[in-house]
Design a protein around this ligand. Structure first.
Ligand SMILES: [Zn+2]
Length: 303
């Protein structure tokens, strides 16, 4: 049986001043055949509308926002870090934003603490890609890895792209901080990081799948459990609204919008046909759900 529960965690409530609002972190967990998967909230981002919708006509943007009951001034996408525990390994997919990206993000430590998981417990960290909200939580204030016992893994193409000095020159001004931030962090783990190829087995029952476009070496991961596959899709399907309503839309949030759309269209079709459970880093409800067809488009169904 695939079971799921929602956990509302009141972290640090006892330390807060009596009248301060309680800070709540949402967690979601699945148990399937001896595997336990939790999504941990790293908080949320705050983005201008145009980052997701670009120059889509205003009436279409308004209709999308209304259909998904989203605010019209800015978007606040959630950040869901996936934790997989099989009794031996404790595997984390991405490390969140850390303290330096946005004040609304970087809450992963509290979420882990609420689950009684320490940074030392993490045996493997597997990156989907090296954008700030996924990798900037790698280092502590002494520039040491936050998860000292973990083996770090990332797509080989992703590592090569962000550590190439030419990337800073070619990526464009609005992503220059992404390039500097990723290179600085990847340099710290460069000697030990394991660079993954498309299709490579990461651990028994865990396979990397190249899903490029959002970034050049973006990886998704298939967790093959006794009750089916659970796919961690990172930002290959970057939100619960336009990515499902208009899968072929060239999203300004993808570094290569054409390749990003090709990847998204193929991944949505595959996930809808297989009925696999998927976990999206910026999808609602803790990010765990399924893809269903809705005419020419798709719907994200939280489970
Ligand atoms: Zn992201």
């Amino acid at each position: 049986m695939l079971t799921r529960r929602h956990i509302l965690i009141s972290a640090a409530a006892s330390l807060a001043a009596p009248l301060a609002p309680r800070r709540l972190w949402a967690g979601t967990s699945l148990e399937t055949g001896g595997l336990r998967i939790d999504t941990l909230s790293d908080g949320n981002l705050v983005m201008p509308i145009g980052f997701s919708f670009g120059d889509l006509p205003a009436d279409q943007i308004a209709a999308l926002l209304e259909r998904h009951k989203l605010p019209t001034d800015q978007l606040t996408p959630p950040c869901n870090v996936t934790l997989l525990r099989d009794g031996t390994n404790t595997v984390m997919f991405d490390v969140g934003s850390g303290p330096d990206f946005m004040p609304t993000a970087g809450k992963l430590a509290e979420a882990l603490d609420a689950l009684d998981v320490t940074p030392e417990d993490i045996t493997h960290v597997v990156f989907t890609h090296a954008h700030p909200d996924h990798i900037w939580g790698l280092l502590d204030e002494f520039d040491e890895p936050v998860f000292p016992n973990a083996e770090y893994m990332i797509g080989a193409a992703e590592f090569d792209f962000w550590t190439d000095p030419a990337t800073l020159e070619t990526i464009g001004a609005d992503r220059a901080t992404f390039a500097v931030g990723a290179a600085r962090r990847l340099e710290v783990i460069a000697d030990t990081v394991r660079k993954l190829a498309d299709g490579e087995e990461v651990l028994p029952g865990l396979t990397a799948r190249l899903t490029p476009g959002h970034t050049p070496g973006h990886m998704s991961y298939d967790i093959v459990g006794p009750e089916g596959t659970i796919t961690v899709i990172g930002d290959a399907i970057g939100n619960g609204h336009i990515a499902f309503d208009m899968p072929a839309w060239h999203s300004p949030s993808d570094q290569d919008p054409v390749l990003g759309a090709q990847t998204r269209v193929a991944l949505l079709a595959q996930l809808a046909d297989s009925g696999a459970t998927m976990i999206g880093f910026h999808l609602p409800g803790g990010g765990i759900g399924r893809v269903e067809r809705a005419g020419d488009a798709y719907t994200f169904v939280e489970i």
